[in-house]
Design a protein around this ligand. Structure first.
Ligand code: GCU
Length: 670
């Protein structure tokens, strides 16, 4: 991953660092502090090519400690003022009196500060005048593993689940430790071990013992364990006749189950719940509401400081009009009714992790409820682990979208970090792309998406460019001839995938079953909303989903002026055109060309851009290991083949409706 430290490449920088860090002094006395000691020694040995002695020298020392005593009183008081401003996970990194000081209120804060400092070294930043004050902007920064107990991973493309339930609790795989270390290095502080389509078995005593073993490994890295709670568990493993949240036996069962978990895992984080969605059980099975269900679990967790992450991803086969509207319609009326330890976890868009979606209209629309962001790191709809797509660019686009809920600048990031409506409980979840593959994520560049998710969960205002540059420098090389073109490639890669899969606001036109490759045609999946034609609605007149006031009226779920903008075809950004409008094939677009020609040319651009990615990559050979170079080369050639597949399949399919020739600039389908 990004933690395989390399010797500092630039000789001058290396000399400066060796000069600045002639000794280290690191606090001892806890498992976390031991981890810091090990990490620093290992990192400096490799990066600085020196065995840095442990000593308390007067200057040129790296000092990592919760209590810092300084010679100059003035500095000392400003340090303690700054320390007081930090959250428990925050840290300071300061150059004071010729030393580099990392300090914090807690051991975990020191660990985060240490990783930040090591990142500065590996990316070759100046360290002679540091004045860094950092606290995470969101509180709960979790990976969601869609891992099943049989080790298959729903929508996982990097091997099997890394949790080996068979050998737990006795056998602690080194991977668990590396996993915790990698997460700590980017500030992730929680992990939901199990699939949202939950199996109640994980709540039985023999699994709780295994969960405890993992929690014990993760604790010194600041990583809390959470589980998914199958709503019908009281019946399946508790022998009750109902799972009705208002039934006192059911409430008692959850209370006792929760207490039982906390006896084994005293810092257990809480439950993640998918209820009444895609056939999963939930409170509505008993005529109850999301509030009834969430609050019942919240009550059981409350005495232990646990939380509920209740997912808003709901859509039913019974309302075929517009699936995009359902979560908002079902949840927004409940604003203010959820217990104070419940977060509603909302996907970034109203459909389902498409290559591009407008931000979910729930963001900003529930001022009295903490809403947490759910991003998908695993590339379910973006070419699995085969296509190179840098997702922080997608995450950034959503976080920067303006909801206008409290006037201009009410961006989604402010909902997520709680500042828009003054929320204390805040969080971001990422559906993990991790598996047993040697490189963890299948595609070597999938690691960048795990990395970028963690960085954005810590600070949702970071730019995707900054993240791309950091990750490239950490993982491969600091040579500008590598970093600059590759940064460009990463940043462009998200738009490229949109162009060759779902341009101009198209969505959900992949194969309906496994979600890989194009499938704009009618599928045999049964439900009307599980077939692509429901979403693109191509006919002889045009293409796109009319979600305006004359259509499904989903635009009204946004605040004005966003609603007005999306409602009016001439004001709608072209990237969302077919998301909100059914547009005639001959509609004239901003560049003066027809919609049909634009569709064709955008697909073609997508293909051309993958070709450019291939040629950029070929120039990178000197900077990359042979193996990784070859791996990415092979993957890119599949991506190129499949970009053409998408273009050809979609254009040939849509041509049946448009009845128009392909523009000359588009390479004809073979
Ligand atoms: C998508 C995905 C499912 C997943 C669901 C969810 O529909 O295809 O595998 O269970 O999202 O987020 O709950």
């Amino acid at each position: 991953l990004w933690l395989h430290y390399r010797t500092i490449e630039n000789k001058k920088v290396l000399k400066d660092y060796q000069q600045a860090i002639q000794s280290i002094s690191i606090q001892k006395g806890s498992e976390t502090l031991d981890i810091i000691n090990e990490e620093v020694k290992h990192a400096l040995n490799t990066m600085l090519q020196q065995k840095t002695p442990t000593a308390n020298k007067n200057s040129n020392s790296l000092i990592i400690s919760k209590s810092i005593s300084l010679k100059s009183g003035k500095n000392s008081s400003s340090l303690s003022n700054e320390l007081a401003q930090l959250t428990d996970e925050g840290y300071l990194i300061q150059s004071i009196e010729g030393n580099t000081i990392i300090t914090s209120k807690t051991d975990i804060g020191l660990l985060y500060g240490t990783f930040h400092f090591l990142r500065l070294l590996q990316t070759e930043q100046p360290i002679d005048d540091l004045s860094i004050v950092q606290s995470p902007k969101t509180q709960i920064r979790v990976l969601n593993h869609w891992d099943n107990l049989d080790r298959t991973v729903e929508r996982g493309y990097a091997g099997f689940s890394i949790w080996n339930w068979h050998t737990l609790p006795e056998y602690i795989d080194q991977r668990y430790i590396e996993y915790a270390r990698a997460n700590a290095s980017i500030g992730i502080n929680g992990t939901v071990l199990t699939n949202v389509n939950a199996n109640a078995l994980v709540l039985t005593p023999s699994y709780i013992e295994k969960v405890k073993a993992l929690a014990d490994v993760f604790r010194p890295y600041g990583l809390k364990v959470y589980l998914t709670a199958r709503f019908s568990a009281p019946m399946e493993i508790g022998g009750l006749k109902t799972a009705d949240p208002l039934n006192s036996e059911v409430q008692k069962w959850w209370q006792q189950k929760t207490d039982e978990i906390y006896r084994s895992v005293p810092d257990f984080g809480g439950f993640l719940v998918k209820a009444n969605s895609e056939g999963q059980p939930g409170p509505q099975n008993y005529g109850r509401t999301h509030v009834d269900g969430a609050n019942m679990l919240a009550k059981a967790l409350k005495p232990h400081n646990g939380i509920v992450m209740w997912r808003a991803f709901v859509y039913s086969e019974h309302d075929p009009s517009d699936r995009a509207k359902q979560a908002y319609s079902e949840f927004v009326p409940f604003d203010g009714q959820f217990a104070d330890n419940v977060l509603v976890q909302v996907k970034n868009g109203a459909i389902d992790f498409q290559p591009r979606e407008p931000f979910h209209p729930m963001f900003g629309a529930m001022p009295q409820t903490p809403l947490m962001m759910e991003f998908q790191i695993t590339q379910e709809y973006l070419g699995f682990s085969t296509h190179l797509v840098f997702l922080p660019k997608l995450f950034e686009e959503v976080l920067q979208s303006d909801t206008y809920r409290k006037g201009k600048e009410s961006i989604v990031a402010k909902v997520v970090d709680g500042t828009l409506h003054n929320k204390k409980l805040t969080g971001m979840a990422g559906v993990a792309n991790i598996g047993t593959d040697d490189n963890w994520t299948g595609h070597p560049f999938g690691q960048a998406n795990w990395y970028g998710f963690g960085r954005l969960a810590w600070d949702p205002y970071l730019s995707s460019e900054e993240i791309a540059e950091e990750w490239l420098r950490l993982t491969f090389s600091t040579n500008e001839d590598f970093v600059e073109p590759m940064k460009k490639l990463l940043i462009q890669s998200r738009e490229t995938v949109v162009k060759y899969m779902t341009p101009l606001g198209l969505h959900h036109i992949m194969d309906a079953h496994h979600h890989y490759g194009p499938g704009p045609w009618i599928s045999k999946m049964g439900r009307p909303d599980w077939t692509s034609v429901y979403y693109h609605k191509a006919d002889s007149i045009g293409i796109g989903f009319d979600r305006t006031t004359s259509g499904s009226n989903a635009t009204s779920q946004y605040a004005d002026p966003v609603a007005a903008q999306f409602n009016n075809i001439s004001n709608t950004p072209q990237k969302y055109l077919l998301w909100f409008h059914h547009v005639p094939w001959d509609y004239q677009m901003l560049n003066g060309k027809t919609l049909w020609n634009n569709l064709a040319l955008t697909y073609q651009e997508g293909v051309d851009e993958v070709e450019e990615m291939v040629s950029t990559w070929h120039k990178m050979e000197p900077y990359i290991s042979k193996l990784e170079f070859k791996e990415v080369e092979m993957l890119l050639s599949i991506q190129l083949k499949e970009a053409k597949w998408w273009k050809n399949a979609c254009m040939l399919y849509f041509q049946q409706f448009s009845d128009k020739p392909f523009p000359a600039e588009m390479e004809k389908p073979e």
